[in-house]
Ligand binder design. Structure first.
Ligand SMILES: [Zn+2]
Length: 158
């Protein structure tokens, strides 16, 4: 993807169908880490936009490293694993300069040049994810406000 945050869009259907089962934080960390070379280049002009580390092997190693940071949490592990492997699965559809199955197989037979349609789908999913976050935040704020009102009412009965 040209823009790393588009990968986060996958969280929308995951959150919808498996609410609370996959860590959004470890998913995002895995995606940011996977694109760290491109992010550093885009923000600071250092290095280059590169996909030489975009392999399933690295995705599994990365998921292991991120997962180990909070090893007791299954949802954390799932977020890291789904985040890193889905990143490779999506990128291999659009980047010719990666070898997703290295070191077993060189080259990328799955490059279909689907950058625009895939980006568009992920953009829609990102909008859905944003709506989920806004809705969840509003529900949390409503609940917190209700708790505060209860406390105030408890202090000043009648
Ligand atoms: Zn990438």
């Amino acid at each position: 993807m040209p823009i790393t945050p588009l990968h986060f869009g996958l969280l929308a259907p995951i959150n919808h169908f498996a609410k609370g089962k996959v860590s959004n934080v470890s998913f995002v960390i895995a995606n940011l880490w996977m694109d760290q070379q491109s992010i550093i280049y885009t923000l600071f002009g250092y290095g280059a936009i590169a996909h030489n580390d975009h392999t399933f092997l690295w995705a599994f190693v990365m998921a292991g490293i991120i997962g180990a940071c909070k090893f007791w949490s299954l949802r954390w592990w799932l977020g890291a694993l789904i985040g890193s492997t889905s990143h490779i699965a999506l990128d291999m559809l659009v980047h010719a300069d990666m070898s997703p199955f290295a070191p077993v197989l060189a080259g990328n037979p799955f490059n279909l040049g689907l950058m625009e349609p895939l980006s568009l789908v992920l953009l829609v999913l990102c909008a859905w994810l944003t709506a989920q976050y806004v809705s969840d935040t509003r529900a949390w704020a409503r609940k917190a406000l209700a708790a505060v009102r209860l406390r105030i009412a408890g202090r000043h009965p009648g």
